[in-house]
Design a binder for this molecule. Structure first.
Ligand code: DLZ
Length: 157
């Protein structure tokens, strides 16, 4: 699933729905914090740029990516128009990476099938921290920006 030539951080601003009446939750994992903070800031700045009111951007912190499912599930019970799940899972020496990555992807997919509020998947699953840096404000863009644009688009379905 190559993403070359599809860096969505560069997009046509005018084609994105206005955010002034929206309430968006950002569920943020604490693992690989420097990366998830950069993703969070990319997402938040993009929402502000599209007129979402700062008080209506609500951050919910969870310990790790595995807990994004529960955090997003709780957020679906609240009054949000969209939810962004932000995490960074980096390959280690064991198979933990696969279990967490697959579980989080399936968990968030399930929330989208069951719940009424769309949950956007902003979880990096990289082999190295360098790859994650490149995707959180480096030469591959910032996936937090892309997630915010996706969330805004999903609210208008
Ligand atoms: C345990 C673990 C490991 C090994 N690696 C990561 C990671 O790269 N990224 C991440 O977000 N979380 C990791 N975790 C923590 C799990 O997501 C979870 O928080 C714990 O297993 C407790 O449920």
């Amino acid at each position: 699933m190559a993403t070359a030539g599809n860096i969505l951080s560069q997009y046509d601003h005018s084609k994105i729905p206005d955010g002034k009446n929206l309430r968006i939750a950002l569920v943020v994992s604490g693992w690989n914090e420097a990366i998830t903070e950069a993703l969070f800031m990319g997402a938040k700045d993009t929402l502000l740029d599209h007129n979402v009111i700062e008080d209506k951007i609500v951050r919910i912190d969870v310990p790790g990516s595995f807990e994004l499912i529960y955090g997003a599930s709780r957020a679906q019970q609240m009054d949000f128009d969209a939810i962004i799940a932000i995490g960074c899972i980096i390959q280690g020496e064991t198979r933990h990476f696969e279990f967490i990555s697959n579980t989080v992807a399936h968990g968030i997919k399930d929330l989208n099938l069951i719940g009424k509020v769309p949950v956007v998947f902003c979880v990096l699953t990289d082999d190295t921290i360098e790859q994650s840096k490149a995707r959180s404000g480096g030469d591959k863009g910032n996936k937090g920006v892309e997630a915010a644009v996706t969330a805004l688009r999903m609210t208008s379905l």
